[in-house]
Design a protein around this ligand. Structure first.
Ligand SMILES: [Zn+2]
Ligand SMILES: [Zn+2]
Length: 180
């Protein structure tokens, strides 16, 4: 993976001096997830702010932020790629844990993100927050006509001439009765 693709914030100064810090950026192409990714229609913008908490030897921080963008999902009727707006807010406690290779979310009294490098990789936080706000299904448009159950054509694009709904046996029997 291209390192510049990784969203991150460098907390070296906060670790030394305390205070607060902001960062922002964009995710291109996809939002990273553990074991996958969510494809994006347009770049997703993110911003975070981090404040060092007093006590705990200056190793604890409070992070809050936002990520917003258009994910690409499949229309539930016609299966076309469909842009879906997603906006997520998140906040979490951070604890600097030198030696830890990858950021790690743990459950204590509340959720804490442990990180082992002053340059904190935000992928985990952004990905989890974004995924939580994804809708279960998408529709490309309110009146999407879906796929033809007979030939599979996309009925938004072509008129394949098949009936709107396949006839039931009862309907066929009735029409034969009426014709005779
Ligand atoms: Zn559709
Ligand atoms: Zn058809």
């Amino acid at each position: 993976m291209n390192p510049s693709y990784l969203p991150s914030i460098n907390l070296s100064r906060l670790l030394r001096e305390g205070g607060g810090l902001q960062a922002h950026g964009e995710l291109l192409g996809a939002v990273p997830l553990e074991g996958g990714e969510i494809p994006l229609h347009t770049p997703a913008k993110w911003r975070v702010s981090v404040t060092r908490l007093e006590g705990e030897g200056g190793q604890e921080f409070w992070l809050s932020g936002e990520i917003a963008g258009y994910a690409v999902m499949e229309c539930r009727r016609c299966l076309s790629p469909t842009p879906v707006p997603v906006r997520a807010h998140f906040q979490t406690m951070l604890r600097y844990t030198p030696g830890l290779a990858q950021p790690l979310l743990v459950e204590e009294e509340e959720e804490v993100l442990l990180f082992g490098h002053p340059s904190l990789d935000l992928s985990l936080i952004l990905g989890e927050a974004f995924a939580l706000e994804l809708p279960y299904t998408a529709l490309c448009r309110e009146d999407c006509k879906g796929l033809c159950p007979v030939c599979g054509a996309n009925r938004n694009e072509v008129n394949c001439g098949h009936e709107e709904k396949p006839r039931t046996r009862l309907a066929e029997a009735l029409s034969r009765l009426l014709e005779s």
